[in-house]
Design a protein around this ligand. Structure first.
Ligand code: RIB
Ligand code: CA
Length: 312
C-alpha cells in the first residue's frame, strides 16, 4: 500500500511513524508536516529525528503549513514536552527536509500518481484542506483518508473538541465535506488502547534503540494521566491510524454522518456524529460521510506495535 503520512510529531505521531517505517506492507511515498502539537520548525526536526532513529534517513519530509486556516495556532507542549518529543534526547538530524512545500507535495504527488495512494493524517487538517482548495480535482485522486481526530462524545482539548479538529476546525470542515472516503479514528477508539506501564515495559524489553526510545517517549507521555488523573496510561492516538491500515480487523467501524462545528465558540471543533441514513445503525437524517472507528482490540494492537518496533 502506497501511503502519505501528514503529521505533527508529537509523541504519539512519533510512535506512529516508527510503526509505519517498520511495516513492509506500507510504501511511504512521503511525510508532510503540519503545525499542531508544537511549532512547525520543531515538528520537521522531530520528524527527521524519528526517521533516522528508524534507520530511514532516505525518507522524504516536506514542511507544510505553520498555522491553521483562520484560527491562531494552539499547541500542546504540556502533553508532548517543549521539544515535542518529551522523554528523549535524539541526535541532531543529518537528513535534509525537502524543498517542496507540503501542500504542493500532496497536490503534485496525488495528481500525478498512476496508482492509488492512501492518505493518513495524524494532526490538524490544514495541509489537506489547502491542497483541496488549491486543486479541487484532488477529490477524485485520493481514494481514502484515514485520520486521527474527533470524538463521538467528550473532547480532550475542550469538553467538546478533540485537539486535531479543534486546532483547525475550518480545515476539518473542508475535508469532511469533500466527499473523499474517510475513516475517522477518534477518542472513542484511541481510549481503548491505553499505553499502560506493562505495555510500555513489553516494548522496552525489545531492547533495541527504537523500542527503548519509544518506551521513554510513552513514559513521558502518560505521566499526567498516571500521576494526576489516576488513569493507567495515556491513550495512544496516532498509531491507531497506522495499525488500522495494516490490520483493519483489529478495529470496529460504523458508518456515520460527521459534521464539524465551526460557529459556536463554546463547542468549536466538535465532531457532531449522527446516525447515518440507511446504515446498520438507527435511522438517521444524513447520508454517511465517514466510517467512524469505535473501539480497538487492545491486545492485538499492542502485539502488532511491539512486534514491529522490535524489527527496527
Ligand atoms: O487528540 C490527539 C491528537 O492531537 C493526536 O494526533 C496528537 O498527536 C495531537 O496531534
Ligand atoms: Ca498528532
Amino acid at each position: 500500500m502506497k501511503l502519505i503520512i501528514d503529521c505533527d510529531p508529537g509523541v504519539d505521531d512519533a510512535i506512529a511513524l516508527l510503526l509505519a517505517l517498520a511495516s513492509p506492507e506500507l510504501e511511504i511515498v512521503g511525510i508532510s508536516n503540519v503545525a499542531g502539537n508544537v511549532s512547525l520548525e520543531r515538528i520537521q526536526k522531530n520528524t527527521r529525528q524519528i526517521c533516522e532513529l528508524a534507520g530511514h534517513p532516505d525518507a522524504k519530509v516536506y514542511p507544510g503549513c505553520a498555522r491553521p486556516l483562520l484560527r491562531p495556532l494552539a499547541t500542546a507542549e504540556e502533553v508532548h514536552g517543549a521539544s515535542g518529543l518529551g522523554g528523549v534526547t535524539l541526535p541532531e538530524p543529518t537528513m535534509a527536509v525537502q524543498p517542496t512545500h507540503g501542500v504542493d507535495f500532496l497536490i503534485d504527488t496525488l495528481m500525478n500518481s498512476a496508482g492509488d495512494i492512501t492518505l493518513a493524517t495524524l494532526g490538524p487538517l490544514t495541509n489537506v484542506a489547502i491542497a483541496l482548495i488549491k486543486e479541487p480535482r484532488l477529490v477524485g485522486k485520493i481514494p481514502h483518508i484515514v485520520l486521527m481526530g474527533g470524538s463521538i462524545g467528550q473532547g480532550n482539548i475542550t469538553p467538546s473538541a478533540e485537539f486535531n479538529i479543534y486546532v483547525d476546525p475550518h480545515a476539518a470542515h473542508v475535508v469532511f465535506s469533500s466527499g473523499i472516503p474517510l475513516t475517522m479514528i477518534g477518542l472513542n477508539a484511541t481510549h481503548t488502547v491505553m499505553s499502560t506501564p506493562d505495555r510500555i515495559d513489553r516494548i522496552r524489553a525489545n531492547d533495541n534503540a527504537a523500542s527503548l526510545a519509544a518506551a521513554d517517549l510513552l513514559t513521558f507521555y502518560g505521566k499526567d494521566e498516571r500521576d494526576h488523573l489516576k488513569l493507567p496510561g495515556a491513550p495512544l492516538h496516532d498509531p491507531c491510524v497506522i495499525a488500522y491500515l495494516i490490520q483493519p480487523d483489529l478495529f470496529e467501524v460504523h458508518p456515520y454522518h460527521v459534521e464539524i462545528e465551526i460557529t459556536s465558540s463554546s463547542s468549536m471543533g466538535r465532531t457532531i456524529v449522527s446516525k447515518a441514513e440507511g446504515s446498520d445503525v438507527d435511522n438517521g437524517t444524513h447520508p454517511a460521510n465517514a466510517n467512524v472507528v469505535l473501539r480497538a482490540d487492545a491486545a492485538g494492537f499492542y502485539d502488532l506495535l511491539t512486534q514491529r518496533l522490535a524489527t527496527l
